[in-house]
Design a protein. Sequence first.
Length: 285
Amino acid sequence: MTTMILYPSNYFESNKPETVFSKEYAAALANPAFDVCLCDYDGFDAGGKLKLNRPVGEPAKCLWRGWMMLPERYRQFYEQCKRLNLDLLTDPQAYELMHCFPNAYERIDSGDTPHIEVFGDRIIAEAVNERFDAFMVKDYVKSAKQTAFPQRIKTPVTQEECDRLSVEFIKLRGDLYTGGIVCKQLVELKKYAMRTNEWRGFYLFGKLLDLSGNSMQFPACPAPPQDLVGRMEGFDSPFYTVDFGELADGSWTVLETGDGQVSGLATEITPGEFYMKLANGLMSN
Ligand SMILES: Nc1ncnc2c1ncn2[C@@H]1O[C@H](COP(=O)(O)OP(=O)(O)O)[C@@H](O)[C@H]1O
Ligand SMILES: [Mg+2]
Protein backbone atom coordinates (compact mmCIF):
# COMPACT_ATOMS: atom_id res chain seq x y z
CA MET A 1 0.00 0.00 0.00
CA THR A 2 1.33 3.43 -0.88
CA THR A 3 1.50 6.34 1.54
CA MET A 4 0.35 9.77 0.48
CA ILE A 5 2.81 12.57 1.12
CA LEU A 6 1.17 15.98 1.35
CA TYR A 7 3.17 19.15 0.59
CA PRO A 8 2.29 22.82 0.49
CA SER A 9 1.81 24.06 -3.05
CA ASN A 10 3.63 26.97 -4.59
CA TYR A 11 1.88 30.27 -3.96
CA PHE A 12 1.95 31.16 -7.66
CA GLU A 13 1.39 27.73 -9.23
CA SER A 14 -0.96 25.45 -7.33
CA ASN A 15 0.20 22.35 -9.22
CA LYS A 16 3.78 22.74 -8.08
CA PRO A 17 5.22 22.29 -4.61
CA GLU A 18 6.49 25.23 -2.61
CA THR A 19 10.15 25.68 -3.65
CA VAL A 20 11.59 24.65 -0.27
CA PHE A 21 10.00 21.21 -0.68
CA SER A 22 10.53 20.68 -4.41
CA LYS A 23 13.47 18.26 -4.02
CA GLU A 24 11.57 16.17 -1.50
CA TYR A 25 8.50 16.21 -3.73
CA ALA A 26 10.58 14.97 -6.67
CA ALA A 27 12.09 12.21 -4.50
CA ALA A 28 8.68 11.04 -3.30
CA LEU A 29 7.28 11.16 -6.82
CA ALA A 30 10.13 8.99 -8.08
CA ASN A 31 9.59 6.39 -5.33
CA PRO A 32 6.82 3.84 -6.05
CA ALA A 33 6.03 3.58 -2.32
CA PHE A 34 4.54 7.07 -2.36
CA ASP A 35 1.75 9.04 -3.87
CA VAL A 36 1.94 12.84 -3.68
CA CYS A 37 -0.59 15.56 -3.23
CA LEU A 38 -0.46 19.35 -2.73
CA CYS A 39 -2.54 21.71 -0.63
CA ASP A 40 -3.11 25.44 -0.56
CA TYR A 41 -1.44 25.99 2.79
CA ASP A 42 -1.37 29.78 2.39
CA GLY A 43 -5.16 29.85 2.05
CA PHE A 44 -5.55 27.61 5.09
CA ASP A 45 -3.10 29.75 7.05
CA ALA A 46 -5.16 32.83 6.19
CA GLY A 47 -8.21 31.15 7.75
CA GLY A 48 -9.71 29.45 4.67
CA LYS A 49 -10.68 25.80 4.22
CA LEU A 50 -7.87 23.48 3.23
CA LYS A 51 -7.93 22.74 -0.51
CA LEU A 52 -6.09 20.01 -2.39
CA ASN A 53 -4.80 20.23 -5.95
CA ARG A 54 -6.76 17.07 -6.78
CA PRO A 55 -9.50 15.04 -5.08
CA VAL A 56 -8.48 11.95 -3.09
CA GLY A 57 -11.15 9.31 -3.72
CA GLU A 58 -10.49 6.78 -0.97
CA PRO A 59 -9.20 7.37 2.57
CA ALA A 60 -5.41 7.32 2.33
CA LYS A 61 -2.67 7.00 4.93
CA CYS A 62 -0.86 10.32 4.77
CA LEU A 63 2.23 12.17 5.98
CA TRP A 64 2.53 15.95 5.86
CA ARG A 65 5.89 17.36 4.86
CA GLY A 66 5.54 21.08 5.20
CA TRP A 67 5.45 24.10 7.44
CA MET A 68 5.32 24.03 11.20
CA MET A 69 2.07 25.09 12.76
CA LEU A 70 0.86 25.88 16.25
CA PRO A 71 -0.62 22.81 17.99
CA GLU A 72 -4.17 24.19 17.80
CA ARG A 73 -3.74 24.87 14.09
CA TYR A 74 -2.47 21.33 13.58
CA ARG A 75 -5.63 20.08 15.22
CA GLN A 76 -7.70 21.91 12.59
CA PHE A 77 -5.36 20.83 9.82
CA TYR A 78 -5.69 17.21 10.93
CA GLU A 79 -9.51 17.40 10.94
CA GLN A 80 -9.66 19.09 7.56
CA CYS A 81 -7.28 16.53 6.07
CA LYS A 82 -9.55 13.77 7.35
CA ARG A 83 -12.52 15.35 5.61
CA LEU A 84 -10.49 15.34 2.41
CA ASN A 85 -9.76 11.59 2.83
CA LEU A 86 -6.23 12.10 4.10
CA ASP A 87 -5.59 10.23 7.34
CA LEU A 88 -2.53 11.87 8.84
CA LEU A 89 -0.38 9.34 10.64
CA THR A 90 0.41 11.78 13.44
CA ASP A 91 -2.56 12.79 15.57
CA PRO A 92 -2.67 16.22 17.23
CA GLN A 93 -1.57 14.89 20.61
CA ALA A 94 1.50 13.18 19.14
CA TYR A 95 2.30 16.34 17.19
CA GLU A 96 2.22 18.43 20.33
CA LEU A 97 4.31 15.95 22.30
CA MET A 98 7.39 16.19 20.09
CA HIS A 99 6.93 19.63 18.52
CA CYS A 100 6.71 21.36 21.90
CA PHE A 101 9.97 20.44 23.58
CA PRO A 102 8.84 20.93 27.21
CA ASN A 103 6.48 17.95 26.70
CA ALA A 104 9.19 15.62 25.40
CA TYR A 105 11.65 17.01 27.98
CA GLU A 106 9.52 15.54 30.76
CA ARG A 107 10.38 12.07 29.47
CA ILE A 108 14.10 12.57 28.91
CA ASP A 109 16.57 11.70 31.69
CA SER A 110 18.04 14.86 33.17
CA GLY A 111 21.58 13.71 32.30
CA ASP A 112 20.68 13.39 28.61
CA THR A 113 19.72 17.01 27.89
CA PRO A 114 20.52 20.49 29.27
CA HIS A 115 18.23 21.76 32.00
CA ILE A 116 15.32 23.97 30.93
CA GLU A 117 13.04 26.32 32.85
CA VAL A 118 9.59 26.84 31.35
CA PHE A 119 7.80 30.17 31.80
CA GLY A 120 4.68 31.89 30.55
CA ASP A 121 5.25 35.17 28.75
CA ARG A 122 7.73 36.41 31.33
CA ILE A 123 11.20 35.16 32.29
CA ILE A 124 11.55 35.23 36.07
CA ALA A 125 14.96 36.57 37.09
CA GLU A 126 15.07 34.71 40.38
CA ALA A 127 14.52 31.37 38.63
CA VAL A 128 17.15 31.82 35.92
CA ASN A 129 19.68 33.24 38.36
CA GLU A 130 19.24 30.25 40.59
CA ARG A 131 19.40 27.56 37.88
CA PHE A 132 21.77 28.83 35.17
CA ASP A 133 25.23 30.29 34.77
CA ALA A 134 24.36 31.12 31.14
CA PHE A 135 21.24 30.35 29.13
CA MET A 136 19.53 30.75 25.76
CA VAL A 137 15.93 31.75 25.14
CA LYS A 138 13.40 29.78 23.09
CA ASP A 139 9.68 29.30 23.03
CA TYR A 140 8.25 25.77 23.16
CA VAL A 141 9.52 25.25 19.59
CA LYS A 142 12.22 27.63 18.33
CA SER A 143 14.84 30.14 19.29
CA ALA A 144 15.24 33.51 17.65
CA LYS A 145 18.42 32.51 15.78
CA GLN A 146 19.54 34.63 12.84
CA THR A 147 18.23 37.76 14.58
CA ALA A 148 19.95 40.32 16.79
CA PHE A 149 18.46 38.66 19.87
CA PRO A 150 21.25 37.61 22.28
CA GLN A 151 22.15 33.93 21.89
CA ARG A 152 23.94 33.74 25.24
CA ILE A 153 22.68 35.42 28.38
CA LYS A 154 24.90 35.33 31.42
CA THR A 155 23.48 35.39 34.92
CA PRO A 156 22.88 37.23 37.15
CA VAL A 157 20.24 39.22 35.31
CA THR A 158 17.78 41.72 36.75
CA GLN A 159 14.01 41.34 36.45
CA GLU A 160 14.03 44.48 34.33
CA GLU A 161 16.39 42.84 31.84
CA CYS A 162 14.28 39.69 31.87
CA ASP A 163 11.16 41.71 31.10
CA ARG A 164 12.89 43.48 28.25
CA LEU A 165 14.17 40.18 26.83
CA SER A 166 10.75 38.54 27.19
CA VAL A 167 8.95 41.30 25.31
CA GLU A 168 11.58 41.42 22.57
CA PHE A 169 11.60 37.64 22.13
CA ILE A 170 7.81 37.36 21.88
CA LYS A 171 7.77 40.20 19.36
CA LEU A 172 10.44 38.50 17.23
CA ARG A 173 8.56 35.20 17.18
CA GLY A 174 5.40 37.01 16.09
CA ASP A 175 2.60 34.72 14.88
CA LEU A 176 4.84 31.70 15.41
CA TYR A 177 5.26 32.29 19.14
CA THR A 178 4.29 28.96 20.67
CA GLY A 179 3.36 28.07 24.24
CA GLY A 180 5.59 30.17 26.44
CA ILE A 181 9.21 31.10 27.00
CA VAL A 182 11.79 28.39 27.67
CA CYS A 183 15.24 29.14 29.04
CA LYS A 184 17.86 26.48 28.35
CA GLN A 185 21.23 25.96 30.07
CA LEU A 186 24.02 26.73 27.61
CA VAL A 187 26.54 23.98 26.99
CA GLU A 188 29.83 24.13 25.13
CA LEU A 189 29.45 22.44 21.77
CA LYS A 190 32.54 20.88 20.22
CA LYS A 191 33.82 22.68 17.12
CA TYR A 192 35.69 21.24 14.19
CA ALA A 193 37.13 24.22 12.29
CA MET A 194 34.21 26.42 13.42
CA ARG A 195 31.54 23.82 12.70
CA THR A 196 29.58 22.11 15.43
CA ASN A 197 28.90 18.38 15.25
CA GLU A 198 25.11 18.07 15.40
CA TRP A 199 23.06 15.11 14.18
CA ARG A 200 19.36 14.65 13.54
CA GLY A 201 17.64 11.33 14.17
CA PHE A 202 14.31 10.64 12.49
CA TYR A 203 12.26 8.04 14.36
CA LEU A 204 9.41 6.12 12.77
CA PHE A 205 7.00 4.05 14.85
CA GLY A 206 9.24 4.50 17.86
CA LYS A 207 12.40 3.16 16.17
CA LEU A 208 15.35 4.99 14.68
CA LEU A 209 14.84 5.42 10.93
CA ASP A 210 17.81 7.59 10.03
CA LEU A 211 20.62 9.35 11.84
CA SER A 212 22.53 11.90 9.78
CA GLY A 213 24.79 14.89 10.30
CA ASN A 214 22.91 18.17 10.45
CA SER A 215 25.59 20.81 10.82
CA MET A 216 27.46 20.45 7.52
CA GLN A 217 30.20 18.80 9.49
CA PHE A 218 33.17 16.93 8.07
CA PRO A 219 32.58 13.27 7.15
CA ALA A 220 35.15 12.14 9.72
CA CYS A 221 33.20 13.62 12.65
CA PRO A 222 31.89 10.98 15.07
CA ALA A 223 28.21 10.09 15.34
CA PRO A 224 26.31 10.24 18.64
CA PRO A 225 26.59 7.11 20.78
CA GLN A 226 24.10 4.31 20.21
CA ASP A 227 22.96 4.16 23.80
CA LEU A 228 21.82 7.81 23.83
CA VAL A 229 20.24 7.49 20.39
CA GLY A 230 18.50 4.32 21.59
CA ARG A 231 17.14 5.99 24.73
CA MET A 232 15.27 8.43 22.47
CA GLU A 233 13.29 5.61 20.88
CA GLY A 234 9.74 4.86 21.96
CA PHE A 235 8.16 8.29 22.31
CA ASP A 236 4.42 8.25 21.83
CA SER A 237 4.47 9.65 18.29
CA PRO A 238 4.73 7.74 15.00
CA PHE A 239 7.18 10.15 13.38
CA TYR A 240 9.50 12.50 15.23
CA THR A 241 13.02 13.89 15.31
CA VAL A 242 15.68 14.25 17.98
CA ASP A 243 18.72 16.52 17.60
CA PHE A 244 22.03 15.54 19.19
CA GLY A 245 25.09 17.69 19.78
CA GLU A 246 28.66 16.75 20.61
CA LEU A 247 30.04 18.62 23.63
CA ALA A 248 33.55 20.03 23.96
CA ASP A 249 34.58 17.07 26.17
CA GLY A 250 33.45 14.52 23.58
CA SER A 251 30.25 13.54 25.37
CA TRP A 252 26.80 14.02 23.77
CA THR A 253 23.54 15.69 24.63
CA VAL A 254 20.02 16.00 23.23
CA LEU A 255 19.47 19.55 21.95
CA GLU A 256 15.82 19.41 20.95
CA THR A 257 13.02 17.28 19.55
CA GLY A 258 10.58 17.92 16.73
CA ASP A 259 7.66 16.51 14.83
CA GLY A 260 8.92 14.47 11.89
CA GLN A 261 6.50 16.09 9.47
CA VAL A 262 7.73 19.62 10.02
CA SER A 263 11.45 19.12 10.74
CA GLY A 264 13.85 19.76 7.89
CA LEU A 265 15.89 16.87 6.52
CA ALA A 266 19.41 16.68 7.94
CA THR A 267 22.07 18.46 5.88
CA GLU A 268 24.01 15.23 5.27
CA ILE A 269 21.30 13.11 3.66
CA THR A 270 19.79 13.51 0.21
CA PRO A 271 16.01 13.52 -0.22
CA GLY A 272 16.35 10.39 -2.39
CA GLU A 273 18.11 8.45 0.38
CA PHE A 274 15.72 9.74 3.01
CA TYR A 275 12.57 8.79 1.11
CA MET A 276 14.02 5.34 0.41
CA LYS A 277 14.48 4.77 4.14
CA LEU A 278 11.03 6.17 4.83
CA ALA A 279 9.50 3.81 2.27
CA ASN A 280 11.22 0.81 3.86
CA GLY A 281 10.19 1.90 7.35
CA LEU A 282 6.55 2.38 6.39
CA MET A 283 6.44 -0.92 4.54
CA SER A 284 7.93 -3.01 7.31
CA ASN A 285 5.37 -1.77 9.82
N1 LIG B 1 22.02 24.21 25.31
C1 LIG B 1 22.73 24.70 24.31
N2 LIG B 1 23.95 25.25 24.51
C2 LIG B 1 24.66 25.76 23.49
N3 LIG B 1 24.26 25.77 22.22
C3 LIG B 1 23.05 25.25 21.94
C4 LIG B 1 22.22 24.68 22.96
N4 LIG B 1 21.09 24.24 22.40
C5 LIG B 1 21.19 24.51 21.10
N5 LIG B 1 22.36 25.12 20.80
C6 LIG B 1 22.82 25.58 19.48
O1 LIG B 1 21.87 26.52 19.00
C7 LIG B 1 21.22 26.03 17.83
C8 LIG B 1 19.73 26.34 17.89
O2 LIG B 1 19.19 25.73 19.05
P1 LIG B 1 17.88 24.85 19.00
O3 LIG B 1 17.53 24.47 20.38
O4 LIG B 1 18.05 23.76 18.01
O5 LIG B 1 16.82 25.94 18.52
P2 LIG B 1 16.05 26.09 17.14
O6 LIG B 1 14.74 25.50 17.46
O7 LIG B 1 15.97 27.53 16.90
O8 LIG B 1 16.74 25.30 16.08
C9 LIG B 1 21.52 24.54 17.78
O9 LIG B 1 21.54 24.06 16.47
C10 LIG B 1 22.88 24.48 18.46
O10 LIG B 1 23.92 24.80 17.54
MG1 LIG C 1 17.31 23.41 16.05
